[in-house]
Design a protein around this ligand. Structure first.
Ligand SMILES: Nc1ncnc2c1ncn2[C@@H]1O[C@H](COP(=O)(O)OP(=O)(O)O)[C@@H](O)[C@H]1O
Ligand SMILES: [Mg+2]
Length: 501
């Protein structure tokens, strides 16, 4: 057997090179070039090409090449099974051919067209778990010798490493692409829509505080966009490359909230089967959004304050101090200042959270934004089959402007979403919004009726309004009115009320 030395040039440097690209190079094109360059140097080949198999077309495409005709060769594609490269890709077996002119598998078309005199070829498949993703081929040794069997074995290992690196780079590319798409998606979803003076002012203030680490307290009614504002502040801050971590402080018991915030060690309490990383830890070097902070119990307030003051906390059941660097944004729809006065909210925590205070206005205070919001949501909820934007005609907008929107923008958003789903797919009509617009016309009080008759009139209208606002759901309407469902159904028959809203 010939020794490796004279024909192959595999040095420590080459190995180091290979290790580097396997672990560090995520740019696919750059990686392919490096693979081929390294391989060619090891093989001392005159020319070489790397071809990748496209699963859809079942063709091999030249991705990179070396040698005098490297640019010409890139214009070619080889069918699976065609020529030596196609044969190797199809069988998954490497091939060493000392004299191609005597091998019938050789497809001379390419060599002839580009005018390259091919004599010997060494071609290996790049495989990942038995799947061929491409081939590498080396043509003619620079010293005029033939390729050797032992070189083929070495190259097979090399090709498998290359295949792994390619797969990693591809995965990374996909992940990166997904990430960009997701981020764009998120940015879109977190746009604060509004042109009114009040909204512009809040956004301007938010931008001012974004780059400080000052704790910010966002006040405002439910559904006004407090969380959206928090996301905007985070996205405009230097921490934007980390995810903002959010937790709703009202949705759980004190002990659950504690382990959600601080995490817990395995076996810290019954049911703590696994160690859990808390939100404070997850938000390290990022922003923690504490939603509905006004609902936090006094006990939790004390624990949170301690963690914020010390910048250090312990997992429940743990004794290892954990230090974090967190920017806090808290929000509440409560009047916390009042809660502080009545002793329901700790004053020290309040001052800690309320370094900057921002206030989201209720929608009724910036009704001029309703048209913009309505059109924005109509477009957002446009179904896939709707090819053109869904219109929100003037009449619908007028109706929306007369309503007070106690649930603020969240209510408006839900209303449009339902209207788009239930509507004609082209427009949001005023009647599509009937279920949210309370037409609370006072009953006609006309002279000449008995009290009994007037009361009947009132009852009928009252029932109608309730049915309308519950989309004809009698159980729900009865609940709201505080009467039995069976009684409601009797009244409906008695007054001859039509059941569909
Ligand atoms: N100005 C706005 N532009 C677009 N969407 C908004 C706006 N304000 C609120 N929303 C949407 O309304 C819903 C409620 O907002 P959110 O931030 O959760 O309110 P809050 O935290 O004050 O209850 C969310 O779906 C949010 O995306
Ligand atoms: Mg909220």
């Amino acid at each position: 057997m010939t020794s490796l030395k004279p024909s192959v040039d595999l040095s420590i440097d080459h190995l180091k090179n290979i290790t580097t690209w396997i672990s560090n190079i995520y740019d696919l094109n750059q990686l392919l070039e490096l693979i081929l360059e390294t391989g060619t140097r090891i093989m001392r080949a005159k020319a070489s090409s790397l071809l990748l198999l496209d699963q859809k077309t079942k063709k091999l495409y030249f991705k990179v090449a070396t040698g005098t005709k490297k640019d010409e060769v890139k214009n070619f594609a080889v069918k699976l099974g065609q020529g030596i490269a196609g044969h190797v890709a199809e069988t998954g077996q490497p091939l060493l051919i000392e004299d191609v002119s005597r091998d019938k598998r050789w497809y001379r078309g390419i060599s002839d067209q580009i005018g390259f005199k091919t004599r010997s070829i060494l071609c290996v498949p790049m495989k990942v778990e038995d799947n061929v993703i491409g081939v590498i081929e080396f043509i003619n040794k620079s010293d005029g010798e033939s390729f050797q069997q032992n070189e083929l074995e070495l190259l097979t290992v090399f090709a498998d490493l290359a295949a792994l690196a390619i797969l990693n780079a591809r995965k990374f590319q996909f992940a990166e692409r997904d990430n960009t798409v997701l981020k764009q998606d998120l940015d879109l979803k977190h746009q604060i829509i509004g042109n009114s003076k009040v909204i512009k002012q809040v956004i301007a203030d938010a931008m001012k505080v974004a780059d400080s680490t000052a704790s910010t307290l966002i006040l405002g009614e439910s559904g006004t966009g407090k969380e959206l504002l928090a996301r905007l502040i985070h996205a405009a801050s230097s921490r934007k490359n980390r995810h903002m971590v959010a937790i709703n402080c009202s949705a759980m018991t004190e002990s659950l909230l504690e382990s959600e915030l601080f995490g817990h060690e395995k076996g810290a309490f019954t049911g703590a089967g696994e160690q859990k990383i808390g939100k404070l830890e997850l938000a390290d070097e990022s922003t923690l959004f504490l939603d509905e902070i006004g609902e936090m119990s006094q006990g939790m307030q004390a624990k949170l304050l301690r963690a914020l003051q010390d910048g250090v906390f312990y997992r429940v059941g743990g004794n290892m101090p954990i230090a974090v660097d967190i920017r806090i944004i808290a929000a509440t729809n409560r009047d916390v200042a009042e809660q502080v006065r009545t002793g329901k909210f700790r004053e020290d925590l309040y001052y800690r959270l309320n370094v900057v205070e921002l206030r989201m206005p209720p929608l009724r205070d910036h009704k001029e934004d309703i048209p913009l919001l309505a059109r924005y949501f109509a477009d957002l909820f446009k179904t896939e089959k709707a090819s053109c934007p869904i219109e929100v005609p003037e009449a619908t907008l007028e109706k929306m402007m007369t309503y007070d929107w106690p649930g603020n923008i969240r209510e408006l958003r839900n209303a449009i979403e339902r209207a788009v789903v239930m509507g004609n797919g082209r427009q949001v009509l005023p009647e599509d919004l009937s279920f949210i617009i309370l037409d609370c016309v006072p009953p006609q009080i006309s002279f000449g009726k008995t009290l009994k008759e007037a009361l009947e009139d009132f009852k009928r209208q009252f029932i109608e309004v309730n049915l309308k606002n519950t989309m004809g759901n009698q159980t729900r309407a009865a609940q709201i009115m505080g009467i039995q469902r069976t009684y409601l159904s009797r009244l409906i028959t008695q007054y001859g009320i039509t059941k569909t809203p």
